[in-house]
Write a protein that binds this ligand. Structure first.
Ligand code: PMP
Length: 285
C-alpha cells in the first residue's frame, strides 16, 4: 500500500509529516475525500473545485497546480491497484515553528492516501435503512470550508456509534437540522417534495448533494432547498443522508422513532441508483 507525501510515493507505514506541521498543531488544513467506483473517480471535478474554494477562503496556496494534484491522485490510485475505494487528500499550511500567525514563504503540505472499499453499504443498510441520533451542533461558524478541524463531528459520530446509530444529525440552536456529522441531510415530504438545507456557512455544500439535486431536477422531482426540523423529518415519507462514500443512504429511525412508515423509500432508492449510473457514465480514470 502506497501513500503520497510532499513529492514522494512512500510505503503507507512510512508515510509521515513533521511534528511542526500546522495541520497537526492547529488543524490549519483542508481536505477532500473522493470515491472510486469501478476505476472512476466520482465527481472529481466538483471535489477539486471545492478544494480550491476551501484553500482560497483560508488564503492557502495550492501545493501544486490543480491538474498536477489530479495527476498525482490518478498515479497513487494506479500504484495501489484500487478500483473501488476512496482517495483522501489533505493540504496544510506547511511546516513552521509553532506560531499562530501565517508563516512566510512556507510551502503547503500535500498528503494523499487511498483505501480499498469492498462494499459502500451493507445490504441490510439498504434494505432496512440506518438510524440517526440528534445532537446539538457545536461546530464553528465556517462549516462551508472543508477543514481538518473535526473534533465536534468526531464527538457526534462517537455518540451516534455508542447509541447504536449510523450517523448523528446536528441540530442548530434554532431547532433545525443543519446536516450530518459527515453527510448532508435530506427528507421527502408527504407531498413528494425533496428537501435539503440551502448552502450557507452553516453546512458543507456536499459535492454528492449538488449532483443529487441536479439528478432529481432532471427527473422532474420537486425540490426545495430549505431547513427542516427533526419533527418534520419524523413526519416525512423518506429521509436519507448523502456523502462521497454513502451516495444516498436511507434513514429510517431518528432518536429511536420511525421516519414515516419506517422503511426506505422509492425516491431515495432511485436517487442512489441515478448517482451510481451517472458515475458509471463518466470517463474512467
Ligand atoms: N457535510 C459534512 C459535514 C461532511 O463532512 C461531508 C462529507 N465530507 C458532507 C456534508 C458530504 O459532502 P460530500 O458529498 O462532498 O462528501
Amino acid at each position: 500500500r502506497w501513500a503520497y507525501v510532499n513529492g514522494r510515493y512512500l510505503p503507507h507505514r512510512q508515510a509521515a509529516v513533521h511534528v511542526e506541521d500546522r495541520g497537526f498543531q492547529f488543524a490549519d488544513g483542508v481536505y477532500e475525500v473522493v470515491t472510486l467506483l469501478d476505476g472512476r473517480f466520482a465527481d472529481l471535478d466538483g471535489h477539486m473545485e471545492r478544494l480550491g474554494r476551501s484553500l482560497s477562503e483560508l488564503r492557502m496556496d495550492w501545493p501544486a497546480a490543480p491538474r498536477i494534484v489530479t495527476m498525482i491522485a490518478r498515479e497513487l490510485v494506479r500504484r495501489n491497484g484500487v478500483r473501488n475505494g476512496s482517495l483522501y487528500l489533505q493540504v496544510t499550511r506547511g511546516v513552521a515553528p509553532r506560531d499562530f500567525k501565517f508563516p512566510a514563504d512556507v510551502p503547503s503540505t500535500l498528503v494523499m492516501t487511498v483505501k480499498r472499499v469492498t462494499a459502500f453499504a451493507k445490504p441490510e443498510q439498504l434494505e432496512k435503512g440506518v438510524a440517526v441520533v440528534t445532537v446539538p451542533d457545536i461546530r464553528w461558524g465556517r462549516r462551508d470550508i472543508k477543514t481538518v478541524g473535526l473534533l465536534a463531528p468526531v464527538l457526534a459520530k462517537q455518540q451516534a456509534a455508542e447509541s447504536g446509530a449510523y450517523e448523528a444529525w446536528l441540530i442548530d440552536p434554532d431547532g433545525t437540522v443543519t446536516e450530518g456529522s459527515s453527510s448532508n441531510a435530506w427528507i421527502v415530504t408527504q407531498d413528494g417534495v425533496l428537501v435539503t438545507r440551502a448552502p450557507s456557512q452553516k453546512i458543507l455544500n456536499g459535492i454528492t448533494r449538488l449532483s443529487l439535486l441536479r439528478l432529481a431536477r432532471e427527473r422532474g422531482i420537486p425540490v426545495e432547498e430549505r431547513s427542516f426540523t427533526m419533527e418534520e423529518a419524523l413526519a416525512a415519507r423518506e429521509a436519507f443522508v448523502s456523502s462521497a462514500g454513502t451516495f444516498a443512504l436511507p434513514v429510517t429511525r431518528i432518536d429511536g422513532k420511525p421516519v414515516g412508515e419506517g422503511r426506505p423509500g422509492p425516491i431515495t432508492r432511485m436517487l442512489r441508483q441515478a448517482y451510481l449510473d451517472y458515475v458509471a457514465g463518466q470517463v474512467p480514470s
